[in-house]
Design a protein around this ligand. Structure first.
Ligand code: ATR
Length: 281
């Protein structure tokens, strides 16, 4: 769509930025909803991040997404944060408020939960959830799951100390389980989520036994290259419900799009297809 002089502006800040899928997702919605707006990739060196947070509102930006390595800087640079962003300690969605101040949110937890709810509406949330990994993604996912009301999260990470640090930030609803005790963590669980890089193209495989996971348990892999990871193939072979990682990426874009462009954009099979085309080697 041709832009007018009043076009609404937003974008994504990262370093590097060329790999980001966000311009494709927002660009798809801008076209679909015929919005007079633009969403641009902004490669910003970490040395310039503070100046950019000053400059973008002056250039007329309504807000922007933040990706690696700037999510913690963004947390520091906004004037106000949502409770979720505070819990996660990172901001990925910045919105310029009418008084010019910056509002920071983290939409990763929302993206994770929205995709789970859409993919498996009756997922068993009344039982413990097992989470593999203790990086930024795991932190967002723990926040989302606990807010959704799961009774507890069993957290497993190769480096146990990192899992313990994460758990300490959430109180006693996170139980750290040793990486080697995965079977025990799956017994009676309603959901298993992989947040590690294992199983991703060019990374080592995730070696795991799913036998202990109950038959109505759900397996969610946030890795999306490849879309069908070995973990999901293994779960499918056992007839377990499976959730892939791409939908989380698509759904996490929705809160920003709504704030900046005023439309509650939907994640449709057609959007999936259009982004998947981009992922193919
Ligand atoms: P993000 O912020 O994207 O979640 P991250 O902070 O780089 O990513 O975390 C990657 C996760 O994958 C970590 O939990 C990491 O485990 P460690 O904390 O022990 O490093 C996990 N991971 C990466 N490679 C791994 C491997 N070969 N075996 C087990 N876990 C691995």
């Amino acid at each position: 769509m041709t832009l007018s002089g009043a076009a609404k502006l937003a974008g994504v800040i990262g370093w590097p930025i060329a790999h980001s899928r966000s311009p494709a997702i927002h660009g798809y919605w801008l076209e679909q909803y015929q919005i007079d707006g633009a969403y641009v990739p902004l490669g910003i060196d970490p040395n310039n991040i503070d100046q950019m947070f000053d400059a973008l509102p002056k250039l007329g930006f309504r807000g922007w997404n933040v990706t690696l390595p700037h999510k913690e800087s963004a947390f520091r640079l906004v004037h106000e944060r949502t409770q979720t962003a505070t819990e996660i300690g990172a901001v990925n969605t910045v919105t310029v408020q009418p008084d010019g101040s910056l509002h920071g949110d983290n939409s990763d937890a929302f993206g994770f939960m929205a995709h789970l709810d859409q993919s498996v509406p009756g997922w068993p949330k009344d039982r413990p959830a097992a989470v593999l990994g203790a990086g930024g993604a795991a932190r967002a996912i723990c926040s989302g799951l606990l807010q959704a009301g799961v009774p507890s999260v069993r957290l497993l990470n190769r480096t146990r100390a990192r899992a313990e640090t994460l758990a300490a930030a959430f109180g006693d609803r996170i139980e750290v389980v040793d990486w080697t005790e995965c079977g025990q963590a799956l017994a009676g669980a309603g959901l298993l989520t992989n947040t590690t890089s294992l199983g991703m193209t060019k990374q080592p495989p995730l070696e795991i036994e799913l036998d202990e996971l109950p038959g109505d348990g759900v397996v969610y892999d946030i890795v999306y290259v490849p879309l069908e990871t070995d973990l999901l193939a293994q779960a499918r072979a056992r007839d377990l419900a499976c959730v892939d990682g791409l939908g989380m990426l698509l759904h996490q874009a929705r809160p920003g799009f709504h704030r900046w462009f005023g439309v509650d954009a939907q994640v449709t099979p057609d959007l999936h297809q259009s982004v998947i085309k981009d992922l193919l080697p």
